[in-house]
Design a protein around this ligand. Structure first.
Ligand SMILES: Cc1cc2nc3c(=O)[nH]c(=O)nc-3n(C[C@H](O)[C@H](O)[C@H](O)COP(=O)(O)OP(=O)(O)OC[C@H]3O[C@@H](n4cnc5c(N)ncnc54)[C@H](O)[C@@H]3O)c2cc1C
Length: 552
């Protein structure tokens, strides 16, 4: 809230507090992201990202982000006459954020603009996270649903134009009457979310129509984020086993489907997105894909949302780093600005390395989604999805804590939603848990290794950096053999970590200045590092790393 125009009677002068980081361009100020795009998509036209970056850094949208989190969603299970309505009411700022994301094509654009569509959208998604991640939950699920929705071509034909339209239409209406559509997903039940075979929701055959085989669902979902989406993909047990279903909120005859929102989750993390618990009371649903093959069908959606987990955490890291740098540039202690204190320089540079490495890996992964016809890219996409989701999201929480500490006590304070660092800290663990927690990602890596010649693909990926740093050479020489031998479950996290670090280093060699690459390899690969951030060796080129990381 700006109070600079007003003079209040004062008992003391307020000084040495910082001006907030606002009204800046989050894209042009993010050199690491710009270089990652140059490396992965050299011919990408970045003018739309520049325009988006301006809006996302504006005080106006930062205020929307604050208000959407302060005035939290409210569930109205019934109307005032006692009729069931299952509606969630949001603050207008939530809708403003949704509109901007939809108009920017952060959900459906890659399915329409095919050249560089995924990486362009990935960059926009990352930038949006730097402003506010909450509304990206339905945006991400709407993006992710398209491949899986091909499992029912009749529904795909009717719904895909609305799902990829650059419009947000929050009204509860028949899909064909809406300017834009959103979708969510429901897999997790009370008794288990990782082991989906434990799902108990029952699907009973109920004839067929223009959308194919119809079923009635009875059961529940324990996590059902963004319940105001227009439709969902869910898992339920039919006679043939666990199957994937399309379940709209409004049925083709205009009536409300019996998806009952039981309550909203009282959760850590952002407060603006309404995660919920639901029950299906004979809800109407249509089969998507082959009956009994529900898990692989819905995981086509899961793969895309896992990319978004890596992107989202990269964006949050960058936001936390930018706020920490902004603070350290202005705040003084012991006669110097914090940014000039050697130990603070070490902490900030270390965070900058971590942030840039996360951005580099997540953009590298996004590139593979644009090149589905290339065999190497296909293999890397399969390998790097669990690796990026595991490693980047794992690093996020420790990163947020350290960035928060750069602000001292102010970092810990919410101040009616103005304390953005505290909001980032609360949000940070989420991407590590949802869509497959850390162990599940590490185990998925072992599955990915069985697809194609993963060892050769990895060797090919690391080859451009051969000879650039002895520690990277040692790791790159050892990894293909470890991949070939296939780690045991006990070693899966270690393997995921080492592949992530090797790939990050190899990309940084090609996309970042030598100062960044050398400091990353010396610390993360050669052991010249401690157990917390801020333990880089004294020989690091701190000036180059910090100047590069400045948000403006
Ligand atoms: C805010 C939020 C929103 C969410 N939104 C949705 C949503 O919209 N739709 C949806 O379907 N789900 C959603 N989820 C649920 C989320 O995807 C699950 O919580 C997650 O997949 C883990 O499942 P679980 O909670 O049942 O934990 P469990 O499956 O019980 O896992 C607990 C722990 O055990 C570990 N584990 C499990 N199996 C193994 C194994 N074989 N070896 C070693 N370790 C193992 C896991 O890694 C995890 O650390 C959401 C969760 C949150 C927090």
């Amino acid at each position: 809230m700006s109070t600079t125009e007003i003079h209040y009677p004062a008992t003391h002068e307020v000084f040495n507090q910082v001006e907030p980081l606002e009204n800046y361009n989050v894209f042009t100020g993010n050199q690491a992201l710009r270089d990652a795009l140059k490396f992965n998509a050299p011919d990408l036209d970045t003018s739309a990202l520049t325009a988006l970056g301006d809006k996302l850094g504006s005080a106006e949208y930062q205020t929307h982000a604050r208000l959407a989190n302060v005035y939290t969603p409210v569930l109205h299970a019934h109307d005032r006459f006692g009729r069931r309505i299952d509606q969630v009411e949001f603050h207008p700022s939530y809708h403003a954020l949704m509109s901007l994301a939809a108009e920017s094509g952060l959900h459906g654009s890659p399915w329409v603009d095919t050249k560089n569509g995924h990486i362009q959208r990935a960059a926009g998604f990352t930038l949006f996270t730097e402003m506010e991640p909450s509304i990206l939950c339905p945006i991400s699920m709407t993006y992710a649903v398209m491949p899986a929705l091909h499992g029912n071509e009749a529904i795909f034909k009717d719904w895909s134009p609305g799902l990829s339209a650059r419009a947000y239409d929050p009204e509860l209406k028949l899909f064909s009457k809406k300017r834009g559509l959103t979708m969510g997903m429901g897999m997790t039940e009370k008794q288990g979310g990782s082991d989906l075979r434990a799902n108990t929701t029952q699907a009973t055959a109920d004839g067929s129509d223009a959308w194919g085989q119809r079923f009635k669902l009875v059961g529940h979902k324990w996590f059902f984020s963004a319940p105001m989406c227009d439709a969902f993909l869910v898992l339920a047990q039919s006679a043939a086993g666990l199957s994937c279903f399309f379940i709209p909120r409004v049925l083709p005859d205009g009536s409300l489907n019996t998806i009952r929102v039981q309550r909203l989750k009282d959760k850590l993390g952002n407060k603006a997105n309404a995660s919920s618990e639901v029950e299906f009371q004979g809800a109407t649903a249509w089969l998507v894909g082959v009956e009994g093959r529900g898990v692989p069908q819905i995981l086509e959606m899961g793969t895309m949302t896992r990319l978004d987990c890596a992107l989202g955490t990269s964006g949050l890291m960058r936001q936390a780093l930018a706020i920490a740098l902004n603070h350290a540039q202005q705040r003084e202690a012991f006669g110097k600005r914090l940014i000039d204190q050697p130990l603070m320089r070490n902490v900030l540079a270390d965070l900058a390395l971590e942030s840039e490495a996360a951005t580099a890996l997540s953009m590298r992964l996004a590139r593979s989604f644009d090149r589905k016809n290339d065999a190497h890219e296909q293999l890397m996409g399969r390998l790097l999805t669990p690796i990026a989701k595991f490693w980047i999201c794992k690093r996020g929480a420790a990163f947020a804590q350290e960035a928060m500490e750069c602000l001292g006590g102010n970092g810990y304070v919410e101040a009616g939603g103005e304390g953005i660092m505290a909001r980032i800290y609360r949000e940070m663990p989420l991407n590590s848990i949802w869509e497959g927690a850390g162990n599940i990602m590490a185990l998925d890596l072992l599955r990915a290794l069985r697809k194609g010649d993963a060892a050769a693909a990895l060797a090919h990926e690391l080859a451009p950096a051969q000879g650039a740093h002895p520690a990277l050479d040692r790791l790159a020489t050892a990894l293909p053999a470890r991949v070939e031998l296939m780690a045991t479950e006990m070693e899966a996290r270690r393997l995921a970590q080492d592949v992530a670090l090797a790939v990050q280093a190899a990309i940084l060699y090609q996309s970042a200045p030598t100062a960044v690459f050398s400091a990353f390899c010396d610390s993360r690969l050669a052991g010249n590092w401690g157990h917390t951030f801020g333990t880089l060796g004294a020989a690091v080129d701190f000036d180059t790393i910090l100047t590069r990381a400045m948000p403006r």
